[in-house]
Design a protein around this ligand. Structure first.
Ligand code: ADE
Ligand code: ZN
Length: 380
């Protein structure tokens, strides 16, 4: 019982504190203690999941903004949030669908104004990811959310990229950044954002598409994705989260993306499933997100295991962990417990995460070799 309480505390990082240092930056403290606590579980499968080397391919940096950090940053910027406390903000996390979540997500994102805000946000996420043995992270950012409010593009990229450099030095975690267009805004706004991004090409590997899916089909963004390809960006798109399989087809055929974010509704279209399988087009699935946004009533009803058994390249990710109450570790645990994944399934999911990443072939092989070593050395 004691151990279980400890686990839930660790998982929500309630024990960690954002401490303000002399240089005005916030960092998670007590890391050593956290790591020790992490290892103190008597649940063997959880230990296995915690330690397995993995990549995270679907996480929105704005979705990692924990209420405590949002309040700390708001304070630092002399801003107020429309909530009295972090607890009150957390109480508002009760969503009916994607839009009800996005409404709150965009409000909280407004506290992010200066380079150090983006730095602190990214560093907090990368610290947590490291503690959960994420060896490589591909992180989404939504520039329009911030540029619309007058925050310069370089402030956003500057803060996030500096955190990725420091995290690589400190933890050895590798990262790539994927800039998403908000699909509820116009294609012209997306094109303008792409033009702004060209100056920061060395920091941005890919282009994605997110925000309200229903009524905003991918084909509206064909021209801007064509241009992104011409400029050498890799591409992904959220599709088949709330939207129909037709949106996945459009993302593949009109936008020519190499990965589908979510994509769980592909199961409604056998021809599409066959295409995803035969071309090994990865799906970045986010199980806890899908339940919190009511795509599935419970994790037990989630189709991740079905998709895996159909032979698709399925990965497990956290999406917006601060809002949905689970980072990557908790997502792996949730599907393992609810859908009965075994160690072979977990190996496959972790292997898929490296295979589906935007790393070079050589880097992928290096990570997969480490994963294989973990498997061969792991003792029950
Ligand atoms: N932006 C942040 N999280 C998202 C999600 N799950 N779907 C679409 N847009 C998002
Ligand atoms: Zn997402």
């Amino acid at each position: 019982m004691g151990k279980e309480i400890l686990w839930s505390e660790i998982l929500t990082f309630k024990r960690s504190r954002y401490q303000e240092f002399d240089n005005g930056l916030f960092r998670l403290t007590n890391l050593k203690n956290l790591q020790v606590l992490f290892m103190k579980t008597n649940n063997e499968l959880k230990q296995f999941i915690l330690g397995i080397p993995k990549a995270e391919l679907h996480v929105h940096i704005e979705g990692t903004l924990e209420p405590e950090l949002a309040f700390a940053i708001a304070d630092r910027n002399n801003l107020s949030l429309p909530f009295n406390s972090p607890e009150q903000l957390r109480k508002a996390y009760n969503f009916n669908n994607l839009q009800s979540f996005l409404n709150l997500y965009y409000v909280a994102s407004r506290v992010l104004q200066r380079e150090k805000d983006f730095y602190d946000l990214a560093m907090a996420y990368l610290t947590k990811a490291h503690l959960e043995t994420v060896r490589h992270a591909e992180i989404f950012l939504d520039p329009q959310t911030h540029t619309q409010r007058g925050v310069p593009f370089e402030t956003i990229i500057g803060g996030i990229s500096k955190a990725t450099i420091d995290a690589e030095k400190e933890f050895g975690i590798s990262t790539k950044l994927i800039m998403c267009f908000l699909r509820d805004l116009s294609a012209e706004s997306a094109m303008e954002t792409l033009t702004q991004a060209l100056t920061f090409k060395e920091w941005i590997i890919g282009i994605g598409l997110d925000s309200s899916e229903l009524g905003n089909p991918p084909e509206r963004f064909k021209n801007v994705f064509d241009r992104a390809h011409q400029e050498g960006f890799l591409t992904v798109a959220h599709a088949g989260e709330e939207g129909p399989p037709e949106y996945i087809w459009q993302a593949l055929e009109a936008l020519k993306v190499s990965r589908i974010d979510h994509g769980v509704r592909c199961i409604e279209d056998p021809e599409l499933v066959e295409k995803l399988k035969s071309e090994r087009i990865p799906l970045t699935v986010c199980p806890i997100s899908n339940v919190k946004l009511r795509l599935f009533n419970t994790i037990r009803e989630h189709n991740l295991k079905k998709l895996l058994d159909l032979g698709l390249c399925v990965t497990v990710n956290s999406d917006d962990p601060a809002y949905f109450g689970g980072y990557i570790f908790e997502n792996y645990v949730a599907v393992t417990e609810a859908l009965g994944l075994d160690k072979n399934d977990l190996y496959l999911v972790a292997r898929n995460s490296f295979e589906a990443s935007f790393l070079t072939q050589e880097e992928k092989e290096r990570y997969i070799a480490k994963l294989d070593k973990y498997m061969s050395e792991y003792r029950d």
